[in-house]
Design a protein. Structure first.
Length: 399
């Protein structure tokens, strides 16, 4: 039982790309291609009710850290306090997802060495969805959430305040830590010759909106495969909306330029009959097995849930760009395009500065010192300098 990954270095040396498939994909493999095999991870299972209750009360128990650990990006800014240590004071109430309860408290503890008069509480219950609701109700100053906000959370905030919440990326997700925001991969059956795809191609396959401008794609032949594969249908596997994995892929792959991507649907309605080529699961747990069992499958799943022998694809933003495989190095350095992020969500009125203590807390988190706290925990991945800069721009923007 093996997972096959293509080396990003090897893919750069392969024959020219034709619609996301090496020109020689249907013939002999390129002599420069390097392929290695990794055993599937142990099968994951949903939390029990007792485990979920424990996490809401105490934070979810952390897994053992990955053996590999990233180094900090030396280009991250150093934290230079903007105020004297006694000049900034106040009491603030925040919340956190169960997997961010420990990390958020570690950040706050280190921040208080600079500003001992700033008291920030992060109390149970630990659940990002509950925290988002309380932020919308005006009962919290900030919420640490280990995924993108639900569309309904954003709409609820907009209904309450007339503008969107400020969501600032504050760390990378994990690599393949079960339950701790693992990176997302697209996979096919090992018999499939395809080894990399672009977001342009995925949008053409997966959506009805086609915000990336492609034509509807329903067969493997449309991706350049020949012979027996030319007329074979693409069977799509994913998690039924709404789900954190589904929302991440929708935002990252299907949504462009303010257009929210819409999935092809396997749910029949009066207006839209069921698509027999789309298979939605209620959770992520079964997806690797579905893909392993179906020679025509294409699906997404978290790297922590790949417990069957599937081929994980290298990905690129646009067709013709160099594809990047979800290796540890490429996820940790955020080169892999489906690396994930955690967020700090706050109420910042457009045109007005953020409350000074919260602004300083966020600047600290985005600094070398704040990302060292991430590195020391060893579960999530520190931001790279370009990611920290992008978050700082969000923090300072005053449109």
């Amino acid at each position: 039982m093996l997972i096959r990954h293509k080396s990003a270095f090897a893919l750069a040396l392969c024959a020219p790309l034709v619609l996301g498939v090496p020109a020689a994909a249907a013939a002999d493999p390129s002599p420069t291609a390097v392929e290695w095999s990794v055993p599937p991870v142990p099968t994951s299972r949903p939390q029990t009710d007792e485990e979920a209750a424990f996490g809401r009360a105490n934070g979810r128990p952390a897994p053992a850290p990955e053996v590999l650990q990233p180094t900090l990006d030396p280009a991250l800014p150093s934290f230079d306090p903007a105020y004297d240590s006694q000049q900034l004071t106040g009491n603030f109430r925040c919340a956190a997802s169960d997997v961010l309860a420990v990390l958020s408290k570690n950040w706050i503890q280190q921040f208080q060495t600079y500003y001992p008069g700033v008291n920030i509480s992060v109390d149970p219950p630990y659940a990002g969805s509950l925290g988002a609701v309380e932020l919308n109700n005006g009962n919290l100053d900030c919420v640490f959430v280990s995924r993108e906000l639900r569309p309904s959370d954003v709409q609820g905030f907009r209904d309450a305040f007339g503008y969107d919440p400020l969501s600032v990326p504050i760390s990378g997700g994990s690599y393949r830590q079960f339950g701790f925001l693992d990176a997302v991969g697209f996979a096919v059956n090992p018999s499939n010759p395809v080894d990399h795809l672009s977001f342009d191609q995925l949008d053409a396959i997966l959506s009805t909106t086609h915000a990336r401008g492609g034509q509807p794609t329903t067969t493997w032949g449309q991706l350049g495969l020949t012979g027996d594969w030319a007329d074979k249908p693409i069977h799509i596997y994913g998690v039924q909306p709404w789900n954190g994995f589904e929302e991440f892929v929708r935002q990252r792959v299907l949504s462009v330029g303010g257009t929210r991507g819409e999935w092809r649907s396997a749910v029949a309605t009066d207006a839209t009959p069921a698509d027999p080529q789309v298979h939605w699961e209620s959770t992520v747990f079964k997806l690797a097995g579905d893909i392993a069992d179906d020679p025509y499958a294409l699906g997404y799943t978290g790297l922590a849930y790949i417990d069957q022998p599937v081929k994980v694809l290298a990905l690129s933003e646009h067709t013709g760009d160099p594809p990047v495989a979800p290796t540890y190095d490429d996820v940790a350095t955020a080169r892999y395009p489906l690396s994930r992020l955690t967020y700090l969500n706050m109420n910042k009125r457009p045109g007005a500065p953020l409350e000074p203590a919260l602004a300083e807390l966020t600047r600290f988190i985005l600094s070398q010192q704040g990302q060292q706290v991430v590195r020391d925990q060893g579960i999530f991945l520190p931001l790279r300098a370009n990611q920290s800069l992008a978050s700082a721009i969000l923090l300072s923007a005053t449109p």
